[in-house]
Ligand binder design. Structure first.
Ligand code: CA
Length: 656
């Protein structure tokens, strides 16, 4: 539905050269102010009467026109847009988008015109640039070397974000891959360390509210961007990829055909954290780019590599993990790197048939490389070539492989964005679902690419195996951040829920887990990804608490609704998700002391049937019990240090 409304107030300042427009959201909770004072376009954002962004710059550096300075606003057209849509593989099964869409046209000193399009919703703002054919239609292509777009936060703002790494560093020179430790609640202006700024999403706590920055709608037509370090004027600016990414191959600029629309930069706003956790802005602003050949099959999976490592990539161990998947009632088993030489195509074919007989689908690992890193695990040089990729996909379709996990991408250049899109589009032609690892964060991709089922782009469970420090100091803190940051704007393939005490096949050597079983179970609810390859091991069938295994047999991976319940990023997080008529409430703590939570669960009533899986005490012993909420729907739960809980509530629903 589209209705034209006058949602705009125009004020022309005393200096006739400057114009200011105010664009309120449909519920008027948010007001965007746009002006061309000082010959530069600036915008600011107020939400609930609180300043969320101070005057922040707009503009583009292009090869054919200067759209960064000297811009004058010439008019603003507004439209009210409201729609409800269904979407699989995200935190809600239906989403409602309601916003004032405003197209602000501007002209530069040379007479070239362009526009900034805004989407102003009650809790989400987004903007993008629209560039027509230029110079009386003669100019039909240009490059964009960078943007003037920025975000200026009010004084007293703190940040929760993670740095962009150097290019071509780390394991086999595979970075950047969005696998860095977060800075938690640091003052705006804190240096990134590497000097390349911070990756999306980035969360900011302004005095009186919260702001989550991200971007969506990035495909083969643009680069993936991030934000710079804070400049001396206190502004975080949109930053483009680094020259060294992709082993120096490919340009850092975006090459576009005119007329062009850039990706959307998103700004999610809340006085409290609910709108941050529950936002659908990443999907509200994009549309499916093609029809799915087959609806991807979401589901749970087993994954030998996480506990049994490279040595498990052999026929017999993979059969053991397929049996394990069947025992758990899971839909998938993932065969990780090295299968091409250690199992071979014939062996994989037999494993796929063996799995099919047990109701289990196979996901196969591929390297994305390529000429952009030093990866030796095979298969290599398949996904990077259209010819080899299609041959492999035809083979996978013929033998019945359900999905691929493609690892170790070269960064955020347009060249790499094109590779992501090409892999997705080709895989769709063969009915194959796609997971990305060692990769960038998704940007609306669940909606744009119907066979896309998740990305890593996080310090994932593998770090539990690699590093005791990660177990000691990072795992719990990051788990309390993801629902508010990384996982708020896109699916997160974390590969979690570890019930081994030690990260090894024997469960008596290797790094030690510091979080409780209840914490691990809660992450199956907290971390959203349509395909979850859990880090369970076959021995957990007899050495883990039966209540934990029973829960892991029934926990779903797709959700109809998501609600923020309680928490503070970096301290603890409690999130509720509905699947069908069952609500799952998961909570985890990174605090050093136990905390008693008085949870308001608006979906629960005294008639609800509720069970609680939680730490019995500070020892982390798992306890399963029936619980009942108070008459006002509240439930008291103790969160122990590095502990957690899961509430399952049947006969529960949110008041309409
Ligand atoms: Ca990784």
């Amino acid at each position: 539905m589209k209705l034209s409304i006058l949602a705009i107030m125009l004020t022309v300042s005393a200096t006739a050269a400057s114009r200011t427009y105010e664009i309120p959201s449909p519920g008027a909770r948010t007001v965007l102010t746009l002006s061309d004072s000082d010959s530069c376009l600036v915008y600011s954002v107020a939400h609930g009467g609180t300043t969320m962004l101070a005057d922040s710059p707009l503009g583009l550096h292009t090869s054919c026109a200067d759209f960064a300075s000297g811009l004058r606003l010439t008019g603003v057209d507004t439209t009210y847009v409201s729609r409800t849509y269904s979407q699989s593989r995200i935190k809600h099964s239906t989403a409602r988008y309601e916003a004032c869409r405003a197209v602000a046209t501007a002209v530069n000193a040379a007479g070239d015109t362009m526009a900034v399009e805004f989407s102003v919703g009650d809790n989400d703002i987004a903007f993008r640039y629209l560039i027509p054919r230029l110079h009386k239609g003669e100019t039909g292509a240009l490059t964009i070397a960078g943007e003037n777009s920025g975000f200026a936060f009010p004084e007293g703002t703190t940040a929760f974000f993670t740095p962009q790494s150097d290019a071509m560093i780390g394991w086999k020179r595979t970075k950047p891959s969005y696998e860095e430790v977060y800075a938690v609640e640091v003052p705006v202006g804190t240096p990134s360390g590497y000097g390349h700024g911070f990756t999306f999403p980035a969360l900011f706590h302004v005095p009186g509210g919260w702001v989550l920055l991200g971007e969506t709608g990035v495909d083969s037509h643009y680069v993936g961007s991030h934000i710079s370090d804070c400049d001396p004027a206190g502004v975080y600016r949109i930053a483009f990829p680094m020259a060294g990414e992709n082993n120096g191959n490919g340009d850092t600029s975006a090459a576009v055909a005119l007329p062009a629309a850039t990706p959307w930069r998103t700004i999610t706003l809340g006085r409290e954290l609910g709108p941050i956790v529950e936002t659908t802005v990443a999907w509200d602003l994009v549309e499916p780019l093609y029809e799915p050949l087959e609806e991807p099959r979401p589901g749970r999976g087993t994954w030998s590599w996480i506990m049994w490592q490279d040595e498990s990539i052999n026929y017999d161990d993979q059969r053991t993990y397929i049996d394990f998947a069947a025992d758990m009632g899971y839909e998938n088993a993932l065969i990780d790197n090295w299968w091409d030489t250690r199992i071979g195509r014939d062996g994989v074919e037999r494993l796929v048939a063996y799995a099919r007989d047990r109701g289990v689908g196979i996901i196969l690992w591929y390297s994305s490389s390529g000429w952009w890193n030093d990866i030796v695990q095979g298969p290599v040089n398949v996904m990077s070539s259209s010819i080899e990729r299609k041959k492999a996909m035809r083979w996978m379709r013929d033998i019945g492989v359900k999905g691929i996990k493609v690892d170790f991408f070269g960064g955020d250049k347009q060249e790499t964005m094109r590779l992501y899109e090409d892999i997705l589009a080709d895989a769709n032609d063969y009915g194959i679902a796609v997971i990305f690892h060692g990769c960038t964060m998704p940007r609306g991709w669940e909606r744009m690419y119907p066979n896309y089922v998740g990305s890593e782009a996080v310090l994932a469970s593998e770090n539990m195996v690699f590093s005791q420090d990660f177990c000691d100091n990072v795992e719990a803190v990051h788990a309390t951040l993801h629902p508010f940051i990384r996982n708020a704007l896109g699916s997160m393939e974390y590969g979690g829920t570890i019930l081994n005490k030690r990260m090894s096949r024997s469960n008596d050597s290797g790094t030690e887990r510091r979080t409780s079983d209840a914490f691990q179970l809660a992450t199956a609810v907290l971390f959203q990804n349509a395909v979850q390859n859990f880090a369970l091991a076959p021995n957990n069938l007899h050495d883990a608490p039966a209540a934990a295994i029973d829960f892991m047999k029934r926990v779903p991976t797709v959700w109809d609704e998501t609600r923020f319940i309680d928490g503070y990023p970096g301290k603890y997080a409690v999130i509720a998700r509905r699947h069908g008529d069952v609500w799952y409430v998961g909570g985890v703590s990174a605090l050093d002391e136990p905390v008693r939570l008085h949870l308001r669960l608006p979906m629960c009533s005294p008639e609800s049937r509720m069970t609680l899986l939680a730490d019995a005490d500070a020892s982390g012993r798992l306890e399963y019990s029936h619980v009942a909420p108070a008459h006002d729907g509240t439930l008291d739960v103790v969160l122990y240090p590095r502990g957690g809980f899961v509430v399952e509530a049947e006969n529960a629903s949110l008041p309409q």
